[in-house]
Write a protein that binds this ligand. Structure first.
Ligand code: PLP
Length: 435
């Protein structure tokens, strides 16, 4: 297990990215999100170090589509995965080369496919035979040949039982079963406006088991090779999705990168030895692993009380900004940045329920945080919120301001997106709409 103190992350000894959190609060107001771009760079470097030479790294923009984060990742030379026309526009604005973009996701509208083909996106992953036909028509109308991956449904990833069982997410909404995928491969070979490259399969989210991750990659390569051979195209790309996990609790072991590297090296070796896979490249496209620990959501304690003997602290932000704890039932670590509870864990001391200001019992960020002494005015940080934090929230609920997003680099903070007051979205409402 990696000791918490040495784990990568934005928070060390009460500082965020090396900066006094009160200085950040004074400048940007609370609550706010902060992301340490140096941690992102470290995560990219540590993963690259263990990926075999035939593997490429892409960033799943959905984890954190903040322009400053995307720009940073573009500058690090990674590829990028987008899941909507909006994300495509973000990554192009951030400076990603269109040829390095993979566009994957269910329900792509014709306008989105057209924008992708028009931009010269490197790969579009098709999720159904209907989508394949729509894409072929769009590419033909533009006189383009669009490279495609065919997405395998994890409800149907035969031969990969261990990963399939935990990866059976989405009840069939993602990708095609093997029969449809084989038919789609034959379609793609026959359609002159499409160029089939290989197969895409996303295993499961937040996996901390290197063996499972590598087994998923190998199984996907195996399926892709069989499909390519049968359809008669050369396998050139296998996209194994993301899913590399990060620990959310102190006692959780981190993903063992060394073990992952060893297992992937073995996969890469077997691929090189087999003529059916020797020239194929593999893409892994993590989101959470690259940006999760780099981010913190910082809020101020507004009120504290004791209710039937239990300590409760109410913050100036909650699940309107950090929905993930209730969405997936997983609490994040909450630490005090200032005040008596900062940097102190007293064994046996009473724990504290940390809640937000929303009028719903769901708005609990931590049910038993070891934050004895937490008082009104203190700053707290919800850690590991760099991925699926701001972007997966429900900020309109109860009309609090949307938090500012701040990036830190070399200990220098910069505003990346300003705080947005509810007056902004009040302005979207039309007085003449009746009601
Ligand atoms: C197609 C695809 N790729 C990559 C990711 C990133 O996953 P993670 O952040 O768990 O690595 C997702 C997440 O939903 C996804 O759907």
């Amino acid at each position: 297990m990696t000791p918490t103190a040495t784990r990568p992350g934005i928070h060390h000894a009460g500082l965020l990215g090396g900066v006094d959190p009160e200085a950040l609060a004074a400048r940007f107001g609370t609550p706010f999100y902060a992301y340490d771009l140096d941690v992102v760079a470290d995560q990219v470097a540590s993963l690259r170090e263990v990926l075999p030479p035939s593997f490429d790294l892409a960033y799943a923009a959905k984890a954190n589509p903040l322009l400053a984060v995307l720009r940073h990742l573009a500058s690090l030379g990674v590829r990028v995965d987008v899941a909507s026309g909006g994300e495509l526009r973000h990554v192009l604005r951030a400076g990603f080369d269109p040829g390095r973009v993979v566009f994957t996701g269910p329900g792509k509208r014709d306008e989105e496919l057209d924008a992708a083909v028009g931009a010269g996106v490197g790969v579009v992953t098709v999720e159904s035979r209907n989508e394949l036909r729509r894409l072929a028509a769009i590419a033909a109308a533009r006189g383009r040949v669009q490279p495609v991956l065919l997405r395998l449904s994890m409800s149907a990833a035969g031969g990969n039982e261990r990963v399939r069982i935990i990866g059976d997410e989405g009840a069939g909404k993602f990708g095609m079963d093997l029969g449809e995928l084989r038919a789609a491969a034959a379609d793609a070979v026959a359609l002159p406006s499409l160029e089939p490259l290989g197969v895409h399969a996303f295993g499961a989210s937040n996996l901390l088991d290197a063996g499972l991750l590598a087994a998923h990659v190998e199984a996907t390569v195996g399926t892709a090779a069989a499909v390519a051979r049968e359809a008669g195209f050369e396998l050139r790309l296998v996209d194994a999705g993301g899913g590399l996990g990060i620990p959310y609790r102190d006692e959780e072991p981190a993903l063992d990168l060394e073990a992952l590297g060893e297992r992937l090296a073995a996969v890469g070796g077997r691929m090189a030895a087999d003529p059916a896979t020797a020239t194929a490249r593999v893409v892994v496209e993590p989101g959470r692993f690259l940006v999760g620990a780099a981010g913190a959501y910082v809020a101020r304690v507004i009120d504290t009380k004791t209710v039937e003997g239990s300590r409760v602290a109410i913050l100036d932000g909650g699940i309107n900004h950090v929905l993930r704890p209730v969405l997936v039932g997983q609490e994040h670590r909450v630490v005090a940045l200032t005040g008596a509870a900062a940097g102190r864990v007293t064994p046996g001391a009473p724990s504290v329920t940390v809640a937000g200001p929303l009028c719903t019992g769901l708005d609990i960020l931590a049910r038993a945080a070891p934050l004895d002494g937490l008082a009104a005015g203190d700053l707290v940080a919800v850690l590991d919120t760099g991925a699926y934090g701001a972007t997966e929230a429900m900020p309109l609920f109860l009309s609090h301001a949307m938090p500012a997003e701040v990036v830190l680099r070399g200990g220098v903070p910069a505003l990346a997106r300003p705080r947005i007051e509810p007056e902004t979205w009040l302005g979207w409402h039309l007085d003449d709409a009746g009601g």
